[in-house]
Design a protein around this ligand. Structure first.
Ligand code: AMP
Length: 616
């Protein structure tokens, strides 16, 4: 049932905002939405095609996206930008090898991230992607006759945090509310209904062969949790290489040397047409004019298969590596999902089916559209339209930092709902401390050594102050994509440092379960160790403060006082060395009570000094 809301002021009926899923691809992008009547996903088409090329053409004032930009590729290569996805979240150094394969210029910038030079202006990949997304938004709004804001965008499973964040930022810049960034293989599984219900665990391989890239992802899906066990692939292998192999065949057969660039382009398009034709037929023939003569080009399935077999074999080698990285056997794969236009080629399908011989091959849906359709399903769930769907929005393990004594100090407890933001204040333990090391951990154990380290950074540049005076505010922000942003700010000076990490990355359900079990089994021992660590820290801090005090207030202490203090300090040290919590606590208390008298004397001294300075 569609929801309709009425604007009480104007009396007009407003449609609820549409939600969409976007497959933001390297070469092509797609948009999908959900049919209100049956809640099934469908791709939104523009001029009959569901694909919008992820290409941009920079006219003098305008930026043109999609098919119209592709049309300019041959004549205006320097003003036509493609493959922006390959630049997302990357630095100039990361892209040194790629630079030669692009016909536009990338530049190194101060903020470490790469930019694209077009005319006299520089654009970040985020801005360029935002232009593509804005175009997709417009296409969707035109078709749906409704405003579109809420969106789920897909990224490859191997994208790191900065690439995911860049994609999210591009969505925001395009004026959209990015509900979530999800993995492409996850979306493909959702499109086939895998992982939508609380079901038995399933091991799934998503084989994605597009125009220019190949990805294989091994997922373990249970109760709505999509866990990436392994990914592999080749960022420069796809259907375009099939086309090149066919071209090479024809060039040799017909001695087609010295083709002009437009003839080359024509031959490439003919090769692609032939390849597509052979996905459903046995033979292909076409006559085209090359080098001023008519050439009869022909291709049959056997020739095609011979030409592309080495390329397909490479993808199977990648599959083998992924299976081995996932630490499973190939026959553990229950479902294979085919994604990407090139999986329509018969030899690809057959080779995949042969390698994953035990699995069910899912190829009923349009392989170009499955990712966008899955993204639309996720968007529909997140928009709250599918109450029956499982949504796992809690952190499975606690997140915190290491504090003095190697203790785990939790900021976000396990089972906390995400997204979430929690803050806590800390201080320094040593006088004049200018750096504060922040070590971030995940887990339930009391000592960080037993937990999983996620990352570390140093908050540097804290102005030298006595211990305990700096106010360091630690903020943990865990977003819906599972990206943890940790920031530390010294409030008095404003010094700030921020890092991102991905707590669930590379962590399987099994490991989470083991970590939880270990915390229960070791609970008593852990509590004891925490008790000792806390008492030790307190004892050590008192020793440190006492040494300082003695040094600064020689005049208040006689030899006997100093002797007693030293003896009491030694007793604390002995207790710490044998790790006896009770005696650490009692010896610390002894030193505390003995030194209290001197502290009072100092107070008196300071008060009289303060009064001296005042003119009454
Ligand atoms: P994608 O990047 O997923 O859009 O995949 C595009 C690739 O799929 C291109 O290399 C196309 O030539 C290829 N492709 C599209 N349709 C077919 C088909 N019917 N048979 C074989 N390859 C196809």
């Amino acid at each position: 049932m569609a929801r309709i809301s009425i604007d009480l002021n104007s009396g007009t009926i407003t449609k609820p905002q549409a939600v969409i899923g976007i497959d933001l691809g390297t070469t092509n992008s797609l948009i999908a939405s959900i049919n209100e009547s049956d809640r099934l996903p469908y791709c939104i088409t523009q001029d009959e095609a569901s694909i919008v090329p992820s290409a941009l053409y920079f006219d003098n004032q305008d930026i043109i996206v999609g098919h119209a930009a592709i049309a300019q590729m041959v004549n205006q290569p320097e003003n036509t930008i493609y493959s922006v996805k390959r630049l997302m979240g990357k630095s100039y150094d990361d892209l040194q090898n790629l630079n030669h394969n692009l016909n536009y210029t990338i530049v190194d910038t101060e903020d470490q991230l790469v930019k694209v030079q077009i005319g006299g202006k520089q654009y970040s990949p985020i801005e360029l992607s935002a232009h593509i997304l804005r175009k997709l938004k417009t296409v969707a709004e035109d078709k749906l006759d409704n405003s579109v804001k809420k969106v789920v965008i897909t990224v490859p499973a191997y994208f790191n945090d900065s690439q995911r964040q860049a994609t999210r930022d591009a969505g925001k810049l395009a004026g959209m509310d990015v509900l979530r960034i999800i993995n492409e293989p996850t979306a493909a599984s959702l499109a086939y209904g895998i992982g939508l219900k609380g079901e038995e665990g399933k091991t799934v391989a998503v084989y994605d062969l597009g125009g220019g890239t190949f990805d294989i992802s091994i997922l373990y899906i249970q109760n709505g949790i999509f866990e990436v066990l392994a990914t592999n692939g080749d960022t420069y292998l796809g259907g375009d290489d099939f086309d090149k192999a066919i071209m090479a065949l024809w060039i040799e057969e017909h001695s087609l040397d010295n083709l002009s660039s437009s003839e080359n382009q024509l031959l490439r398009l003919t090769a692609e047409e032939g390849k597509k034709h052979l996905s459903h037929h046995d033979n292909y023939t076409k006559t085209i004019a090359l080098n001023g003569v008519e050439v009869n080009l022909s291709l049959n399935v056997e020739q095609l298969n011979d030409a592309i077999k080495p390329l397909i074999d490479k993808t199977i080698v990648s599959c083998k590596s992924a299976i081995s990285d996932a630490e499973i056997e190939v026959n553990a794969i229950q479902e294979v999902i085919l994604v990407g236009g090139s999986t329509r080629t018969s030899l690809v399908k057959n080779s995949v089916a042969t390698y994953f011989s035990q699995a069910h091959i899912n190829d009923e849906l349009n392989p170009d559209e499955v990712v966008a359709m899955g993204a639309a399903i996720e968007a529909d769930i997140l928009a709250g339209n599918r109450k029956d769907m499982l949504l796992l929005d809690v952190t499975p393990l606690s997140l915190g930092i290491e504090t003095l004594g190697g203790l785990m100090d939790v900021l976000i407890p396990r089972n906390n709902k995400i997204p979430t933001k929690l803050q806590k204040e800390y201080t320094t333990s040593v006088d004049g401390q200018v750096n504060l090391a922040v070590n971030v951990y995940q887990g339930e154990r009391e000592m960080v050594a037993d937990n999983r380290k996620l990352g570390e950074f140093v908050l540097s540049g804290i102005p030298a102050m006595p211990a305990g005076l700096p106010k360091v505010e630690m903020t943990f922000m865990l977003n819906a994509d599972g990206i943890l942003q940790v920031s530390a700010e010294e409030k008095r000076s404003g010094v700030k440092q921020e890092v991102q990490m991905k707590p669930q990355y590379g962590l399987s359900d099994m490991q989470i379960k083991q970590m939880l079990e270990a915390s229960i089994v070791n609970a008593q021992e852990d509590m004891d160790r925490r008790g000792i660590a806390e008492a030790t820290t307190e004892g050590e801090q008192l020793i440190y403060a006492t040494h300082k005090f003695v040094k600064e207030n020689e005049d208040l202490l006689n030899d006997e006082n100093k002797l007693v203090i030293n003896q009491l300090i030694e007793k604390i040290k002995d207790a710490i060395s044998v790790k006896n919590k009770d005696s650490i606590v009692s010896t610390t208390e002894d030193l505390n009570s003995y030194s209290r008298q001197f502290a009072e004397k100092v107070m008196d001294k300071q008060i009289s000094k303060a009064l001296q300075g005042k003119k009454i």
